[in-house]
Design a protein around this ligand. Structure first.
Ligand code: PRX
Length: 651
């Protein structure tokens, strides 16, 4: 991760071009007006956005009901997300969108499907009826564990159509992680596929579901999409094929009129304890937030082809592959596989082939492409691009400039968007027709969002200065809680200061008010833009019989932002060789998933602890990142541990 010194040396400023501003959905004047309204009367601002960007069956009685830390938005209103993403694009003056591409999908092997709004609507209605047929009722949870295929979008929208909150589990998570999430949410149905394609070959998903469901009694049915055609054991009557159920399903299914605060989905994310948190989002506020931000920040027009490269298993995929773009009647691209198959130019060929005009990706991907060389993007005509975006971690200025120059052809604005699973939608971001950008800065808060950098005591930092990133007023897309754990919700996000949301990030603010996000200040690591808790990896490691104790820290990594380093003490008599390193790395993959696999494992006889027995992670972080001098060691219990740790380097 770039440190603040190097970030702040960055003085380049990129003003929006007059051509871009002229055609922007939100130009300077609009933005100035909205900023004013958003700061003087945020609820009025959001009510205005709600009317403009979302269709309601019944209007609200009250915009916001705020009983800290619990917020209700658009109280009394009724709506449906799938209606907003589909039906309203097929009716009245929008009826021409019937035959517009809603989803352009490309599989890794090269197969592709273009699904129009009318077709998507039909599929979603059919699958909503399938879910009803399986006994799924309003309020029941449905778990989705799928590759990036159109059926995933269909399943999500079908859930929203009948008011069954979905819980999507990223396909890279292990069976154990899946089981924990299914059980925590109490899912009655799991939707999966036989497998998917990655890195040129197929991988199986269904066996993981079988393993997960073995210990999940809440599950009544498993619906399986045939994607790869590999042999798949089906357990009757629990398991059913998607295509069999769809063959006889009726394409007529009215959208349920749901309360604005009806649960829309749960998405699990890592925290500072070993147990992931089920972040709960509800219907009205979330949709207003993502529909508005997608329109304003990505400047979505009917002619655009929008591609957000995130997997739908993460919040970015929920909000900006599916709900934000579809609520705007836009064309959204979905790609199944890895960026480098069959060659390092796959992504650029997708942009050229489909004429992608707005592209949203993560800094870690950009850094990977920089390393692969300019020749790959240069082979392709990327002139269809008009706007670029990044998300997930701070972007280093070098990567920003490369993205601007090589991918954007020096003409595309870049929106560096800061937000979180918990915030639902984008919070700090440039508006491409109005805000000058600086490489490495997410610039300013979105109108209606009260972001600040606060001191430990909760006082605003006087710019220029650093502190903790906080949101001082509720916003529509905010999480409504942690599934089944209101206390943890209150403690995690609302206890640092009174009635103020603590994001868990450090940030720096300049005199001009620009935000420079510094990354996590808690025990959560950001690996390739994905959150992994140090405790989660530690619990996975100590669950191995040969491990006595483990401490996990992140160290800066050129490509992934942060790399996981584990310090491990083993049971007496255990041979600490490369085989054990492999064994433990694979063990973590099995327990959590490949994203949590430590890059480095160092064996040590003892871990540095304070006299009260707390592991001094700060010291370990310094050691892991190869710093010569480590920070304050006055509370260290045993100094000899430090010297031994430094020598553990070759472990
Ligand atoms: O540390 C911040 C970082 O990603 C965290 C949120 O992770 P997650 O909930 O997985 O959502 C990622 C995608 C929205 C934040 O606490 N982060 C996200 N975007 C940025 C960022 N850090 C710096 N700049 C960003 N643009």
């Amino acid at each position: 991760m770039p440190d603040i010194e190097s970030l702040l040396k960055e003085k380049r400023v990129f003003k929006p071009s007059p051509e871009f501003s002229r055609q922007a959905n939100w130009n300077r004047k609009t933005v100035a007006e909205y900023r004013k309204l958003g700061s003087t009367n945020p609820t009025r601002f959001w009510a205005k956005m709600a009317k403009e960007h979302v269709s309601w069956f019944t209007p609200w009685k009250k915009v916001l009901d705020w009983k800290p830390p619990f917020a209700k938005w658009f109280v009394g209103a009724k709506l449906n997300v799938s209606y907003n993403c589909l039906d309203r694009h097929l009716e009245g003056e929008n009826a021409w969108r019937r035959n517009k591409a809603a989803i352009i999908w490309e599989g890794e092997p090269g197969d592709s499907r273009v699904i129009t709004y009318a077709q998507l609507h039909r599929e979603v209605c059919k699958f909503a009826n399938v879910l009803k047929g399986l006994g799924v009722k309003k309020g029941d949870r449905v778990a989705l564990y799928m590759p990036m295929i159109p059926e995933l979008a269909v399943a999500m929208l079908a859930c929203t159509r009948i008011g069954a909150p979905h819980s999507i589990v990223f396909g890279g998570f292990s069976a154990d992680s899946l089981r924990d999430r299914i059980n925590d949410a109490g899912a009655v149905v799991v939707i999966t596929a036989d497998g998917g394609y990655r890195r040129g070959s197929s991988f199986a998903l269904k066996p993981m579901v079988d393993k997960a469901v073995e210990g999940a009694d809440c599950v009544e049915h498993v619906v399986v999409v045939k994607r790869t055609g590999e042999t798949t054991g089906m357990m009757s009557p629990r398991d059913v094929w998607w295509h069999d159920l769809m063959a006889n399903a009726s394409p007529k299914c009215p959208a349920a009129k749901l309360d604005a605060e009806h649960p829309l989905f749960i998405l699990y994310t890592s925290g500072t304890t070993g147990k992931p948190k089920g972040i709960l989002h509800t219907t009205g506020g979330y949709l207003v937030h993502v529909a508005t931000t997608a329109k304003a920040i990505f400047d979505l027009k009917d002619e655009d082809v929008f591609w957000c490269s995130a997997d739908i298993g993460w919040i970015t995929g929920h909000s900006y592959v599916i709900y934000g773009p579809l609520a705007n009647g836009a064309t959204t691209v979905m790609y199944e596989g890895v960026p480098t198959h069959p060659g390092p130019d796959r992504w650029w060929s997708i942009i050229e082939r489909w004429g992608v005009s707005v592209f949203y990706t993560a800094p870690t991907a950009i850094r990977t492409f920089i390393r692969l060389g300019d020749q790959h993007p240069k082979k392709h005509d990327l002139s269809s691009l008009r706007l670029l975006g990044t998300v997930g971690e701070p972007i280093n200025p070098e990567a920003w400039i490369w993205y601007h120059r090589v991918i954007g052809g020096r003409k595309c604005p870049i929106v560096d968007t800061w937000w979180q699973t918990e915030t639902g939608g984008i919070m700090i971001t440039p508006l491409p027709g109005a805000v000058a950008t600086k490489p490495g800065s997410a610039t300013l808060a979105f109108p209606g969002i009260d972001a600040e950098v606060l001191s430990e005591e909760g006082d605003p930092t006087k710019p220029p200065g650093g502190g903790f990133l906080a949101i001082r007023k509720p916003w529509p897309g905010m999480l409504r809680g942690i599934w089944g754990d209101n206390q943890r919700y209150a403690e995690t996000y609302w206890s640092k200061w009174k009635n103020i949301y603590f994001a868990g990030d450090g940030a720096h603010r300049e005199k001009d008010g620009y935000f420079w996000i510094m990354g996590r200040v808690d025990d959560v690591m950001n690996i390739s833009g994905h959150r992994i808790g140090t405790m989660e990896v530690e619990s996975a490691l100590v669950s191995h019989q040969l491990v006595a104790e483990a401490a996990v820290v992140g160290r800066p990594d050129e490509i992934t932002g942060t790399a996981i380093v584990a310090f491990v003490t083993v049971r007496v008599g255990t041979k600490t060789d490369v085989d054990l390193v492999d064994t433990l790395r694979n063990h973590v993959t099995k327990e959590i998933g490949a994203i949590a696999k430590p890059k480095e494992i160092r064996f040590t006889d003892a871990l540095p602890k304070t006299r009260s027995g707390k592991i001094m992670r700060r010291l370990l972080r310094d050691i892991a990142s190869g710093k010569d001098t480590v920070g304050d060691t006055t509370t260290l219990e045993d100094y000899s541990v430090l010297a031994a740790l430094r020598e553990s380097d070759d472990g």
